[in-house]
Every structure is written in structure tokens, then in C-alpha cells.
Design a protein around this ligand. Structure first.
Ligand code: NAP
Length: 508
């Protein structure tokens, strides 16, 4: 049952007077549940509790933390259809997506549980003493990674489960030994509360210290800002827009004690199609991209928003086919009326720029909150000269740029903002000549996909989900896969310690 209250440690609390409701974009109506925004005192309580919990939680063994993560996964599954229905009611996303995302969420929790059962991830490193070394004796040094402290997690609107309350940031921070305070996303506060109740139950059942997890409601930016400014908070995980991520990054940097903000933000994910590929596989590539652009109504951070080609007859044919195929795919609703209006506004802004043409858009008359997919084209010169064409249009939208030649295409990539992904579509006989393209693209992105589509992020150790700014605020880390845990730890060295005072993993 939804209470609309905040989970602060093991208590439910609703001291505030500011309330809000979530929205069903498919029905175009407000949902009935009422949520109470967290007050300053409640925010402070959650941070103080998290800080106290940290002292105990960081010393709980990997095996016990793993049991906690597995219990969270089990409790999320035990929510059954209640969770699926709430997810659909608050996002408009279909049942198959709800179930798929739930599977991914519990899969991530169990993946981190397996990873931390063995302390190898903490990279114990031993440099034994050399007392007889000349001219200076060498001390005994032993290093491991230790957790940094309470983490605030901001989930994204477009992943109510996998990048939210018990999503990758929460799972990796809890795995590392850091308590988590979630700033619940206002668009899916009910989904968030259900998942929060599962985490709290798992924490109690596995005897975790109170304050290891809290979930706070908010309908505006104030709760998040207060959390990031709180002196007991030691790190931030954010998934969302560039504006939001940057604002929180700046806020964290201005604190008396600055803290790291790992923000995964927007991206237009450039796709390069070579002249031979576009000529040989016109139809196949157009079909593949029409589906990728419209998948999930384009509401993925890896959506292919920019397609780079070299002008030719084959390119014109490809653009026309891509437009026709995209325009025939059924429209679907976006996550929220605000996201729908931002999509329309940002798309129109791109289309209104000089030397930009709307190739095709969905022909039907979609109902409220349903998005019309759009394919737009422009020249390489116009793209280079106009930063407005570089902005993310969050939704089923792609801009196809027709470059004069390969040199201009490379120049465009060089001038692109940092991106999560880049994609190369090429023919086998061209592979030998691709090294300059690969290296130029590598400088701007976190992952290159070859002869495929950027949508779909596999959760595994070799995945990099991040990239140069503004794709993320720290390109040295990934937000997906086991290695995401490294965002929440710091290296620590013991010098000349007696064996009995060393942690077990460093006693050798
Ligand atoms: P958003 O508008 O940035 O909101 C994300 C969260 O941040 C919300 O809880 C929001 O709170 C909060 N927030 C935003 N601005 C803030 C500020 N100035 N101060 C404090 N808190 C602030 O993003 P969204 O609409 O949820 O998500 C869509 C975006 O996420 C797209 O750009 C997409 O590309 C990106 N995304 C990236 C990834 C990735 O892994 N890189 C994955 C999914 C989505 P309020 O709503 O209460 O204001």
C-alpha cells in the first residue's frame, strides 16, 4: 500500500505540508496517491542516520552485504504485479518494459552481491618492508579501497527501476559499503516508495544498521539541493539532464568540503555511416535505425540523435527511406506531459534553424502526450556553425547530417561535445581505412558500437556507460556493470601496521 510518506531509516515520516501527485501520461490524468515532500528536518535526520549507520555498515563483511543485496532483489520480486501496475501507471510504459526493467534491476543487485562476496574487488596490495634496503629502508605498505560515506542518489525519469531507487547507483553504493539516501523522482514517487519498502524490509531482515537506506519525496529541486549541501553526505550519483547534473556538480564543488558527483547525463550518440555501407545496405540500415530511434519513444540516453553521412545519391535515398520507415511506426506516449512539451519545443527549435529540413514525421494524429517521431536533415557546414543543432532532443528524433566529405565529417566529430556512445556502420573492405575515424571518435565517446545500434546497454564488466563531459562528469568511471562500485571508494594505505591491527584481507 502506498503511504505517500518518506522512509527515514526504519520510520515512515510525513511532517511537511507540501504534497504532490504523480501523472498517468497514457490516461492523461493525475494518479490518486498523494505524496508528502520531505522537510528540512527530515532531510537532516536521514543524513545524520546515514552517517551513524556508515560507522557500522562499512565494517559489515562482504558476505553479509551480499545477503542484504540479494534480499532486496527478492523483496522487489515479491512486490509482484503491484509494482508492475504502479510502474505502468506512473510512466505510461508497457508491461513488457516494466517486467524487463524489473529483471534488469534485480539482476544488477545479484550481480553486485556476487562481486563483493570475495574481497578481491577491493584490490588488496601489499608492498613488504625491506629494512635492509640502502640507503633508506623501505616501510611495509598495504593498500585497499574503502567506502567514502553516505551517498545521495537521484534517479532518472526514464528508468523508474533500473536507474532509480534500487537501480545501479544504489546497488553499487550499498555494495561498496556506503549508506544511500534516495531523492525519489517526482514522476514515479509511488514506484519509488514500493521499492523503498522492499529495501527497508530487506535491511531489517538481514540486520543492517538503521539509516543504511532512506527514501525522500520531492516535487522540486530544493530537497536534492539540501541533500547535496549536507555536510554528512560524501558523494552523489545522478542520472538525468545536463542542466540538472551540472547544477548539482557545481553545488557540490562550492561546499566547504567539496564531494564527488557522478552524473550520467544527456547524449546525442553520433552514428557514422560510411559511403559504401549506405549504398550497399540502404534499406537494411534505414529499418534498423527507424526502430532504434523510436524504441521506448526515443526516451533513452543512448538514443541515436545524430547520424553523420557523406552527401551522395545513396545518402539521399537512405534519408528518404529512414524518414518513411520512421513515420510509419506507431506513436506511443511519453513519460510525462512536461517531457512531451520539451520534446516538441526542442525538436521545433532544431527544425527552425537555417539549412535544416524536416524529412518526415509520424503521419497520424496522436492523442495527448503521444510523440510524433521526426527525421530531420542538415548540411555538415550548417551543423559545424550552429551549436543549437547539437542539443539533445529527448524523444524519437534524429538529425541526419550530410557532410561534404570525410574531412568535414572528422571535423564535426572533433568539435562534438562528449558523448556516451559513437557508432560506426561500415563494410568489411573499408576496415583498413577506419583507424583515423575510430581514434577521432574515441576522443569524444565512452563506447564505440560497430555495425549495430547504440540503444541497449548490456550490464557486464566490460561495459563502459559514461564518457567525456557532458555525457558524464567523470569519464574515468562507468555507471553500469560491477566496476561502477569504484565511484564510491577511495584508496587507503596502512604503513608499518602490526598484523593484529590490519584488516583480514591485508594479513599475509
Ligand atoms: P532531470 O530533469 O535532470 O531530473 C533528474 C532528477 O534531478 C530529478 O529528480 C530532478 O528533481 C533532479 N534535478 C534536476 N535539476 C535539478 C537541480 N537543478 N537541482 C536539484 N535537483 C535537480 O532528468 P530526467 O528528465 O529525469 O531524465 C531525462 C534525462 O536523463 C535525459 O536528458 C536523458 O538523456 C538523461 N539520461 C541519462 C542516462 C545516462 O545514463 N547517462 C540515463 C537515462 C537518462 P525534480 O524533478 O524534483 O526537479
Amino acid at each position: 500500500m502506498i503511504t505517500g510518506k518518506n522512509h527515514i531509516g526504519y520510520s515512515l515520516s510525513a511532517e511537511g505540508t507540501k504534497t504532490f501527485r504523480t501523472f498517468n501520461p497514457k490516461e492523461n490524468t493525475e494518479n490518486k496517491e498523494v505524496f508528502t515532500e520531505a522537510t528540512e528536518d527530515e532531510i537532516d535526520n536521514s543524513a545524520v542516520l546515514a552517517s551513524k549507520a556508515f560507522i557500522k555498515y562499512r565494517n559489515i563483511s562482504g558476505t553479509k552485504r551480499a545477503a542484504f543485496l540479494r534480499a532486496i532483489a527478492d523483496e522487489i520480486e515479491a512486490l509482484g504485479d503491484t509494482l508492475v501496475h504502479m510502474y505502468m501507471q506512473e510512466s505510461g510504459l508497457p508491461e513488457a518494459r516494466a517486467k524487463g526493467e524489473r529483471g534488469r534491476t534485480v539482476g544488477q543487485l545479484r550481480m553486485f552481491a556476487n562481486y563483493i562476496e570475495n574481497d578481491a574487488w577491493r584490490q588488496p596490495t601489499i608492498d613488504k618492508a625491506m629494512p635492509d634496503r640502502n640507503p633508506i629502508p623501505k616501510p611495509d605498505l598495504r593498500k585497499i579501497y574503502i567506502p567514502i560515506g553516505p551517498i545521495v542518489v537521484f534517479g532518472a525519469s526514464n528508468f523508474p527501476l533500473a536507474y532509480s531507487t534500487a537501480g545501479g547507483d544504489t546497488a553499487s553504493a550499498l555494495a561498496a559499503g556506503c549508506p544511500v539516501i534516495v531523492k525519489s523522482h517526482p514522476m514515479h514517487a509511488g514506484t519509488g516508495e514500493l521499492v523503498a519498502s522492499a529495501i527497508v524490509k530487506a535491511a531489517k531482515d538481514t540486520e543492517m544498521p538503521e539509516g543504511v537506506f532512506s527514501n525522500l519525496n520531492s516535487s522540486g529541486i530544493e530537497v536534492g539541493q539540501q541533500l547535496v549541501s549536507h555536510p554528512k553526505v560524501k558523494g552523489v550519483g545522478f542520472t538525468g539532464s545536463i542542466n540538472g547534473g551540472r547544477a548539482l556538480y557545481d553545488l557540490a564543488a562550492k561546499r566547504k568540503e567539496p564531494i564527488p558527483v557522478f552524473a550520467e547525463m544527456g547524449s546525442i550518440n553520433p552514428v557514422v555511416i560510411t559511403p559504401k555501407a549506405i549504398a550497399n545496405r540502404t534499406s537494411e540500415i534505414a529499418t534498423m535505425y527507424a526502430h532504434s530511434i523510436t524504441m521506448g519513444t526515443g526516451q533513452f540516453c543512448t538514443n541515436p540523435g545524430l547520424i553523420l553521412t557523406i552527401e551522395s545519391e545513396a545518402t539521399s535515398k537512405f534519408i528518404s527511406e529512414l524518414g518513411k520507415k520512421t513515420a510509419t511506426i506507431d506513436a506511443y506516449c511519453m513519460l510525462h506531459p512536461n517531457i512531451h512539451s520539451a520534446y516538441t519545443k526542442n525538436g521545433n527549435e532544431v527544425i527552425s534553424q537555417l539549412e535544416t529540413t524536416l524529412v518526415a514525421e509520424y503521419k497520424g494524429n496522436p492523442v495527448e502526450n503521444y510523440a510524433k517521431a521526426k527525421i530531420v536533415t542538415t548540411t555538415g557546414t550548417a551543423f559545424l556553425n550552429n551549436p543549437k543543432l547539437h542539443q539533445e532532443v529527448f524523444g524519437p528524433f534524429s538529425l541526419v547530417v550530410q557532410c561534404k566529405n570525410e574531412a568535414q565529417l572528422l571535423q564535426i566529430i572533433t568539435h562534438l561535445e562528449g558523448q556516451l556512445t559513437g557508432t560506426i556502420i561500415a563494410e568489411k573492405e573499408e576496415y583498413a581505412g577506419l583507424s583515423e575515424l575510430i581514434e577521432t571518435l574515441q576522443d569524444r565517446v565512452g563506447r564505440i558500437i560497430f555495425n549495430g545500434v547504440p540503444t541497449g546497454v548490456e550490464v557486464c564488466d566490460a561495459m563502459t556507460h559514461g564518457g567525456p563531459y557532458p555525457a558524464s562528469t567523470d569519464s574515468r568511471f562507468t555507471a553500469v556493470g560491477n566496476h561502477a562500485i569504484m565511484r564510491w571508494v577511495r584508496p587507503f594505505s596502512y604503513q608499518d601496521f602490526p598484523a593484529e591491527l590490519l584488516p583480514e584481507i591485508l594479513k599475509k
